[in-house]
Write a protein of this length. Structure first.
Length: 62
């Protein structure tokens, strides 16, 4: 892992580790968002009332 704050630690090392950590965090966040969207779509399509609304949009159907 990243050795934190040695005497040899330069600003470049800190910046690199910061970029790596930020990249990991952003990727994780995007994965969570995509997973949420997938679950939401599955939930919408699996529930019968939404499916009926999607197939024929009539005023009396919802």
């Amino acid at each position: 892992m990243i050795k934190a704050f040695n005497r040899n630690t330069t600003i470049e090392d800190l910046v690199k580790s910061r970029i790596i950590l930020t990249g990991i965090g952003v990727t994780f966040f995007q994965l969570i968002i995509i997973w949420n969207k997938m679950l939401w779509m599955v939930y919408i399509y699996s529930s019968p009332s939404h499916a009926a609304n999607a197939q024929n949009r009539e005023p009396g159907n919802w």
